[in-house]
Design a protein around this ligand. Structure first.
Ligand SMILES: [Zn+2]
Ligand SMILES: [Zn+2]
Length: 66
């Protein structure tokens, strides 16, 4: 898809430019090279058991405009 900005780190669905997405607040999940992107709260929830964060929340973000 031409307007794909990133793909969801969990379900691999595309996140389009300008679309709302979720990011993990934990710094290790936001390193430039390995940053994680989630298309929905459900996908962020799926990330939690694997990541074993002690305290974490999802940050609502907007993908940059194309
Ligand atoms: Zn997803
Ligand atoms: Zn995380």
């Amino acid at each position: 898809m031409a307007d794909t900005w990133k793909v969801c780190s969990v379900c691999r669905k595309s996140i389009a430019f300008g679309q709302l997405y979720y990011a993990c607040n934990v710094s290790t999940c936001n390193r430039k090279r390995t940053a994680l992107y989630f298309c929905s709260m459900e996908c962020w929830d799926a990330h939690l058991p694997e990541a074993r964060h002690r305290e974490a929340w999802a940050e609502e973000k907007t993908a940059p405009a194309s």
